[in-house]
Ligand binder design. Structure first.
Ligand code: F6R
Length: 623
């Protein structure tokens, strides 16, 4: 779960690698390093800590060279330290490697290499690769890498440079992402397109067990049996600025604000009017396939899992297909029943999450048809499915997922509508109401962003508390789960989500003045019960932030005796977050936005590293 980058051309490799690493820092940021080849030797900088430390080291002692590789690390084997930072070198110091992934058989290989006389400096799994390449090296680095890779088990994307071959950069992948960027008289490698988008918009997306020999003018790709591999050039569809902060303090803030535009892009071409059917590009399902579906299983991790929680409601309600939602890491520990005509919808922003990929493969083996709901085009999950519906969010760099979540829900809602239409499963009136709500979502998102200062005011009142409960019912249980996840991951406030129906079965014991409770209470079938929960919390002196639709006087009158009698203002929520009214089934899309902003501003007031929360990485490519 690290980021790798590499450059070969006429410019200074260290500057280009550093800029690329800055865009990959979301993949890990506990240590970093860059190596260049210069005058027949390797010149290296490695540091513990964030990239700024590496940048300072490069300022103090610049390293010159027109070929280089760089790495930003999220530790898996060996603690974050300068010694464990990549690049790792061979014993003779003439071969350097950077790696993203995990070498599963590294202990066995390490023993063998030590027995053959190699000396190890780090505790990492990666270092075996530097020694293995050295072991196989006989003048041709690509051949040495090919032989070395033949001995590896696990997942990897490697960049390799050799002091004795200053005109070539070698790269190879199995399961971990890798792209080769194409320039004029220069070429690049990176873990994702965003890292090199400022340099080029043309890339090759490298497949598993493909090996690249890259010079300044040429990219040669072969498989491990030496057969040439041809790839079409993929043109990155978004501008370079999409991967920059664009005047926002943090990527997370920028990405929250991008939601209205991204929502419009996601809807475009699929839904134009509440009176017209939803149309989808080729998603690998014929109308007949859709009509015959007997079960839908959503699977994903983290935020994407929460989108799947909403998905289950939508699929059951609209398409009337039995639906389940599974945490991807748990799915393989069960033995899910897969019928003929089971569809597994695999949700992932990155398309590279290891547990999600494993769940995909488990369901595929069992005979399910796979549909990806993915952001990153041509990612592994996108390619391994039978079809893919892209959410079209553009690059998401902030570690805490925001725009991907709302777009995942939008995309799944469109799929559920499409399935409902093909199967004739819902009334025209119901479909029209949901479509109208989806079409209104971008404008509602704009309105919610205009109200950001209201959320800041709420954040100011609560940011010093140490715990929070997020309560909701029905489809908005996902909103509570996602709100709590955002809060805990960036502010480090301990935040838990519960079905409000569960509150009296335990969590109510936590209610006290120091724990703020976010109660998601939009109008709809769960409204009255949520109001009951708010009253119960207030009766126990718990501070309540209620999320409700504009004009909802009932929430404000909480505690009033409806028939007569005095109004108990002490039972009213302490704070209100108002959202534009919408259809209950679509409300998780808009309700997510103030909850994202609440987490953001609480974390900001606490002075936390919002784009790089501790211990987290954007793309979790290890199980
Ligand atoms: C939380 C977050 C994570 C991801 C999860 C899945 O803010 O970003 O929970 O949602 O790691 O990642 P993807 O969607 O890339 O599979």
């Amino acid at each position: 779960m690290c980021g790798i980058v590499g450059y070969i051309g006429q410019r200074q490799a260290s500057a280009i690698c550093l800029a690329g690493l800055r865009r990959l820092e979301y993949r890990g940021y506990d240590s970093a390093g860059i190596v260049v080849v210069n005058a027949g030797r390797l010149d290296l900088h490695k540091v513990a800590g964030k990239l700024d430390s590496l940048a300072r080291a490069l300022e103090r002692r610049p390293i010159a060279g027109q070929i280089g590789i760089g790495h930003t690390r999220w530790a898996t084997h060996g603690k974050p330290s300068e010694t464990n930072a990549h690049p790792h070198l061979s014993c003779n110091g003439r071969i350097a490697v950077v790696h993203n992934g995990i070498i599963e058989n590294y202990q066995e290989l390490r023993r063998q290499l030590q027995a053959a006389g190699h000396t190890f400096r780090s505790q990492t799994d990666t270092e075996v690769m530097a020694h293995l390449v050295e072991q196989h090296y006989a003048g041709d680095p690509r051949e040495a890498v090919r032989r070395a890779v033949g001995e590896l088990q696990g997942a990897f994307a490697f960049g390799v440079v050799c002091a004795d071959n200053p005109g070539e950069l070698i790269a190879v992948r199995r399961f971990s992402p890798l792209v080769v960027g194409l320039g004029d008289g220069e070429n690049f490698i990176a873990s994702d397109m965003g890292a090199i988008r400022a340099e080029t918009d043309r890339v090759y997306v490298i497949g598993d067990d493909e090996l690249c020999r890259i010079t300044a003018d040429r990219v040669e790709i072969i498989d491990l049996e030496l057969r040439p591999v041809r790839h079409d050039v993929h043109v990155i569809p978004w501008p370079a600025e999409a991967a920059e902060k664009g005047g926002h303090k943090k990527f997370m803030h920028k990405e929250i604000h991008e939601q209205p535009v991204a929502m419009r892009a996601c809807l475009a071409g699929r839904l134009s009017s509440a009176d017209k059917p939803v149309t989808f590009e080729d998603i690998g399902l014929t109308a007949d396939n859709i009509r015959r579906l007997r079960k839908v299983v959503f699977t994903a991790c983290g935020t994407a899992y929460h989108a799947g929680v909403v998905g289950r409601f939508l699929m059951e309600k609209l398409a009337r297909i039995p639906a389940e939602t599974d945490i991807a890491a748990e799915l393989r520990h069960r033995d899910p029943v897969v019928f003929e005509d089971t569809l597994c919808i695999v949700i992932s922003q990155s398309g590279e999450t290891a547990d999600t990929l494993e769940a995909l493969r488990t369901m595929k083996r069992k005979g399910a048809r796979i549909l990806g709901v993915i952001n990153v085009v041509d990612s592994t999950i996108a390619r391994e499915g039978d079809g893919v519906a892209y959410i079209q969010a553009g690059p998401e760099i902030g570690v805490a997922s925001t725009k991907a979540y709302t777009l995942q829900i939008l995309t799944i809602a469109l799929l559920a509508l499409h399935f409902a239409e093909v199967r004739g499963a819902a009334s025209a009136e119901e479909l029209r109401a949901i479509k109208a709500a989806l079409l209104a979502a971008p404008a509602h998102a704009e309105e919610l962003l205009r109200r950001e200062s209201d959320v800041v005011a709420v954040a100011r009142k609560h940011f010093q508390k140490t715990s929070a409960l997020f309560l909701a019912r029905g489809v908005n249980l996902a909103s509570a789960m996602e709100g709590a996840l955002k809060m805990k991951e960036i502010s480090y406030i301990h935040a838990e989500a519960y079905s409000a129906g569960e509150m009296k079965h335990g969590p109510i014991a936590l209610v006290c003045p120091d724990v703020f409770v976010v109660a998601v209470a939009p109008r709809g079938p769960t409204h009255d019960e949520m109001i009951g929960n708010i009253m119960e919390i207030k009766a126990r002196s718990g501070p309540v932030i209620a999320v409700a639709f504009d004009g909802d006087t009932k929430v404000l009158q909480t505690g009033a005796d409806d028939a007569a009698g005095p109004r108990d203002t002490t039972a009213q929520p302490n704070d209100m977050i108002w959202v534009p009214p919408t259809h209950e089934m679509v409300s998780p899309v808009t309700i997510a936005i103030p909850l994202q902003l609440l987490a953001y501003h609480v974390a900001d007031l606490r002075g936390e590293h919002i784009d790089q929360p501790r211990n987290l990485a954007k793309t979790v490519t290890v199980k």
